[in-house]
Design a protein around this ligand. Structure first.
Ligand SMILES: NC(=O)c1ccc[n+]([C@@H]2O[C@H](COP(=O)([O-])OP(=O)(O)OC[C@H]3O[C@@H](n4cnc5c(N)ncnc54)[C@H](OP(=O)(O)O)[C@@H]3O)[C@@H](O)[C@H]2O)c1
Length: 341
């Protein structure tokens, strides 16, 4: 008999729906390869929630949500107006999956949901940077105290195992430097600018392609990438960094001249995230940086993302991902669930 794992899913947007899709396509693989049966017993969005300890029909939930019907309208189990937090309080669940919106002001509603789940002894898996940037040390301490797991590999570049390589694989390493391209929207725009477009044209085309948001501020000003660097600094480097510790410069002021100059020097401009060890500790920055053509991150194109770890005993490690759409992020949440249970 497979082990039955009950899930409470907060957020049924791109990522939440991607997760439901994986439950329908990967259930057999999960059963045969890991001996697991994953069942959604609670799901919440802005309409309210659906709760059923015996399990909701993930495929039905997905079809209904795609048709614009919120969780609260789910037959019999629907609870109109039930908040995400009350859903976590009431859910019969083993794992919280938190995929609500990123709120960089206070991390809510995700932060309270994760706190409550961990306090109840549930594992918590999140794709949401907000709660981690606001309260990483607190959440880790709470998880330890309650004997619960906290998975967040989806929050830093989706399926690219940035966190997992750093925490799991670089055993006993000193990390002299982390370099990364952590934001696919800006990378797409910069790739386009390197081909000769100006910033406004490259942004407009990225928006038409659906790569950039209508309001791209968090991406193009460098804050999305900075949030990811803060989470890596806390979780991999073990330093209690906050956004205030990161020198952040976006891509909005780059001109075709900058690209021409870089090209003449045999370099390519990337929005580089760096954690560099210095005598006083790690210096954290996100800024447009001309990289020499031999640099591994220069090989990245379009919406790809990548990370380079410079270590003392395991060499220089480079990982990259070519991912588009929310499913790889949902798959990273699934990875965390499997690893935790
Ligand atoms: N999209 C990606 O590829 C990606 C990659 C990495 C990380 N992430 C992170 O993953 C999270 C989800 O992203 P997404 O693209 O799925 O976002 P999204 O499409 O905007 O979905 C957000 C979901 O959260 C729900 N929600 C918002 N406020 C809520 C509240 N107060 N109570 C309950 N539910 C609430 C929304 O409900 P309604 O459906 O009713 O509007 C929606 O279902 C974000 O934190 C994002 O930063 C996303």
């Amino acid at each position: 008999m497979p082990k039955r794992i009950r899930l409470a899913l907060i957020g049924l947007g791109n990522v939440g729906r991607g997760f439901l899709e994986l439950l329908t396509t990967k259930q057999e693989t999960l059963r045969t390869r890991y001996g697991l049966e994953l069942v959604v017993t609670a799901a919440a969005d802005t309409s309210g929630a659906a709760l059923d300890a015996r399990g909701l029909d993930a495929a039905l939930l997905l079809v209904r949500k795609r048709a614009g019907q919120g969780a609260a309208t789910y037959p019999v189990a629907g609870r109109p107006g039930l908040s995400a937090l009350d859903t976590v309080r009431r859910a019969h669940a083993d794992v919280l999956l938190e995929a609500s919106l990123t709120n960089l002001k206070d991390g809510e509603p995700g932060l309270s949901c994760i706190r409550t789940a961990l306090t109840r002894g549930l594992h918590a898996v999140t794709a949401n940077k907000g709660p981690l940037v606001h309260a990483y040390p607190e959440l880790v301490a709470l998880a330890q105290e309650r004997g619960a797991g906290l998975g967040f590999s989806a929050a830093v570049c989706g399926a690219l195992p940035t966190v997992n390589i750093g925490r799991r694989d670089l055993v006993a390493c000193a990390i002299a430097r982390i370099e990364g391209i952590f934001n696919s929207t800006t990378h797409y725009i910069l790739t386009s600018m390197a081909e000769g477009r100006d910033y406004a044209t490259a942004l407009r085309e990225a928006q038409e392609e659906g790569v950039a948001e209508a309001d791209p501020t968090l991406d193009v000003e460098g804050w999305d990438a900075a949030n990811k660097l803060v989470i890596l600094a806390n979780s991999v480097l073990g330093i209690p960094a906050t956004l205030a510790d990161v020198a952040v410069e976006g891509i909005t002021r780059l001109t075709p001249n900058d690209f021409a100059r870089a090209q003449a020097e045999g370099k390519v401009i990337k929005l580089l995230c760096t954690a560099a060890q210095e005598e006083a500790g790690y210096r954290l920055s996100v800024r447009p940086t001309p990289l020499p053509r031999g640099h591994p991150l220069v090989t990245l194109r379009g919406w790809q993302m990548g990370i380079v770890y410079h270590t003392d005993i395991m060499g220089v490690q480079f990982a990259a991902v070519d991912e588009r759409g929310p499913v790889p992020t949902a798959a990273a949440m699934l990875r965390d669930v499997v690893n935790l249970v």
